[in-house]
Design a protein around this ligand. Structure first.
Ligand code: HEM
Length: 277
């Protein structure tokens, strides 16, 4: 019989009393220690891990979107395509994650529902920041963060910045030689469809080769919104499967509220122009 494998003989570093280890670098004590179920219900751990991992991915989404916007403002549009594709893939990843959560039945969820109190994803400041960066801006959504001044300030600051779509529209103005109504660029309201913007994007789509960078950017934005829509749809379907038409822990009408959110259009002209091509 051969001797059992010893990684130390193979050169693996085995002592980390003085050096940074894997767990040290990644802050694993903090991450794993953050999962603290409040009940004895078996499925509460699934519920917590699912939310925490989603928040970690959202953190990366914010990192990518902030950099993408900064690069676009510098005119380095080609460099953002990779980032926007990555964000779409992150949403795809989050979409696949619903399959794990769907293994939880209404009975499983009811076993710890009361322990959640009034906490809800509705109060996710990162989700709200993602929506604000993309352009779905609504000050009323910030109220739940008033007791956390640093989070509230972050959201407030975001509303002083042009959204990713605003920045794309500035590039579009230059590309087709248009000047859009200044009201489009109001920082703290959601973007409403505009005929001049629609015409300009249509020009790009009628002759992609003449406007390749903007065309590529537009398709990356559509791709991102496509995957985001799937996330909203998977969320509301999972919610209906688990709580039916009960009110949410956050106090909204639940599925009714989430169905309303399915109507959100982040980049409306990019969807509407398709019917006219
Ligand atoms: C058992 C699973 C889940 C249920 C029953 C559920 C239920 C709900 C309900 C009813 C709402 C509406 C607000 C309210 O009144 O509470 C909501 C909002 C929300 N949930 Fe979930 N959810 C679940 C899983 C998740 C997961 C895994 C995430 C990932 C982070 C998430 C993120 C969100 C977000 C971001 C919102 C706000 C959506 C918006 O305002 O457009 N939820 N959820």
């Amino acid at each position: 019989m051969t001797d059992a494998y010893d990684p130390e003989d193979d050169g693996a570093k085995m002592s980390f009393s003085k050096d940074m280890s894997y767990g040290d670098y990644l802050g694993m004590d903090g991450i794993l220690g953050a999962a603290r179920p409040l009940s004895n219900a078996h499925d509460e751990m699934l519920f917590i891990v699912q939310h925490q991992t989603s928040e970690l991915w959202m953190r990366l989404v914010l990192h990518e979107l902030s950099s993408a916007r900064a690069l676009m403002l510098q005119g380095r549009t080609q460099e953002v395509f990779k980032m926007l594709s990555r964000v779409a893939r992150i949403f795809e990843q989050l979409n696949n994650a619903w399959d794990v959560l769907r293994t939880m039945t209404p009975s499983d969820y009811t076993a710890f529902r009361e322990d959640l109190g009034q906490s809800s994803g509705f109060q996710s400041h990162q989700y709200r920041l993602i929506e604000f960066i993309l352009g779905n801006r609504n000050r009323a959504m910030m109220k739940v963060h008033e007791h956390r001044t640093e989070l509230h300030r972050m959201l407030d600051y975001e509303l002083t910045q042009p959204s990713l779509y605003h920045v794309a529209l500035r590039l579009l103005e230059k590309e087709v030689g248009a000047t859009f109504d200044p009201a489009i660029f109001h920082m703290d309201t959601p973007h409403a469809p505009d005929p001049a913007v629609m015409d300009a994007w249509t020009t790009v789509y009628r002759d992609p080769h003449a406007h390749w960078t903007l065309y590529d950017l537009a398709e990356k934005l559509v791709d991102l919104e496509d995957y985001f829509r799937r996330w909203r749809f998977n969320h509301v379907t999972t919610v209906e499967r688990i709580i039916g038409f009960k009110r949410g822990t956050g106090g909204t009408s639940g599925v009714k509220y989430l169905r309303r959110m399915l109507e959100v259009e982040l980049f409306p002209e990019l969807w509407h122009l398709r019917g006219g091509l």
